[in-house]
Design a protein around this ligand. Structure first.
Ligand code: NAD
Length: 351
């Protein structure tokens, strides 16, 4: 199993090296090959996604990604910024389906800012389209406007085929879960969303066992906080999914807990925590490595055909939480505050 390891910047390096250490405890044969990406890629070769890194990602069976970005690159032109690396990988590898499970572990019900009864037992899956929408629309840029001032311009766009394939991913996922899909859009305002809704409804006809509903994104943002347990699978576009999944992360207590999988049409995937490079805590060894460790579990399940190993890894994470280990972001009184390395060691021991 060839894994391209792209730690990136900031806490990316800390959490990925700890995740590799945990994976090393599994009786499986991995071939890990590491390459620079993001700010590290820019430093190494003047580009956030160096050609050698892209080539490695293309030939690997799966990609384990940390996070990219640092304020020191904020003044770079847009194509050189670290964040371009992840957009480039998604586009180049056709990683159109982003799966973001948000589960509340009973032990962490207190770590959320919401009341325990609102979130206890929560288990939702956000399926976010990843290679279309306003993030990839043309033309893009800041230009002179006829009124005299400047104008920012981005285009929201989706094709029927793009909507259809992400809808299928959501319906297939719902079949293995609670059999409900809520499609989120802004069809009261946007043409793109009206097409989205029509295509999702047409696709739903092929899944009579799945209950389909539609919701406007502003309402969904509100419902996620009011009554998140009403949802099973949420399917939505790139930008709405970006925002809603960060919101959903806080239901679980911390952004440091949420893994993600970005899959192509053949289930080859890139696996990364949903958080960024957290420059505010980088280098302090206090970042929560669990989102990355849980991303590795998704990698075992979706790209490497190792479902049993994925379950063991997830069980080890649950046991670690049950035993009271907490990094600073999920710490509550009466539990044991540990560093990044200590948290990963605790998972490895239980594994
Ligand atoms: P962020 O996710 O890096 O951090 C937001 C907050 O959450 C910070 O307070 C941080 O300390 C905390 N946090 C994040 N991960 C944590 C963890 N594992 N454990 C404990 N606390 C954690 O978001 P941001 O501050 O908006 O962005 C920082 C940089 O990351 C920017 O350059 C941004 O563009 C980039 N970014 C990259 C990705 C990616 O690589 N896929 C995703 C989001 C943001």
């Amino acid at each position: 199993m060839k894994i391209a390891v792209l730690p990136g910047d900031g806490i990316g390096k800390e959490i990925v090296s700890e995740t590799l250490r945990v994976l090393g405890r599994l009786a499986l044969k991995f071939e890990f090959e590491e390459a620079p990406v993001g700010g590290a890629g820019y430093e190494a070769s003047g580009h956030p996604l160096p050609p050698a890194t892209l080539a490695l990602a293309k030939k690997a069976d799966a990609i384990l990604f940390g996070s990219v970005g640092d304020p020191k690159y904020d003044s770079l032109e847009s194509s050189k910024r670290p964040e371009q690396a992840i957009l480039g990988l998604r586009k180049e590898l056709g990683l159109f389906a982003n799966l973001r499970p948000a589960q509340v572990y009973p032990e962490l019900a207190d770590a959320s800012t919401l009341r325990p009864e609102v979130i206890a037992g929560l288990d939702i899956l956000i399926v976010r389209e990843l290679t279309g929408d306003i993030y990839f629309g043309q033309p893009k840029g800041i230009r002179q406007h006829e009124s005299g001032g400047r104008e920012g311009f981005d285009t929201m766009r989706y094709t029927e085929a793009e909507i259809r394939r992400i809808a299928r991913v959501a319906f297939d996922a719902a079949r293995k879960r609670g059999k409900k899909v809520c499609s989120v859009d802004k069809a009261n305002v946007l043409e793109t969303s009206r097409l989205w809704r029509e295509v999702v409804d047409a696709e739903a006809k092929g899944y009579p066992d799945i209950a389909i509903s539609h919701m406007y994104v502003d309402n969904c943002a509100m419902q996620l906080v009011r009554n998140p347990k009403q949802f099973d699978v949420i399917v939505t576009g790139n930008m709405f999914g970006d925002i809603l999944s960060d919101e959903a992360s806080m239901l679980t207590g911390s952004i440091g807990m949420l893994p993600s999988a970005s899959l192509d049409a053949n289930n080859k995937g890139l696996y990364e925590p949903i958080h960024g490079s957290a420059p505010d805590i980088a280098g302090k060894c206090i970042a929560n490595p669990l989102a990355t460790i849980l991303s590795a579990a998704l990698m075992l399940r979706h790209s490497l055909g190792q479902a049993a190993a994925a379950e063991r890894l997830e069980a080890a994470v649950k046991k670690t939480l049950r035993d009271g280990y907490r990094t600073a972001d999920i710490y509550t009184a009466g539990t044991r505050k540990v560093s990044t390395v200590e948290m990963a060691s605790a998972v490895a021991e239980r594994l």
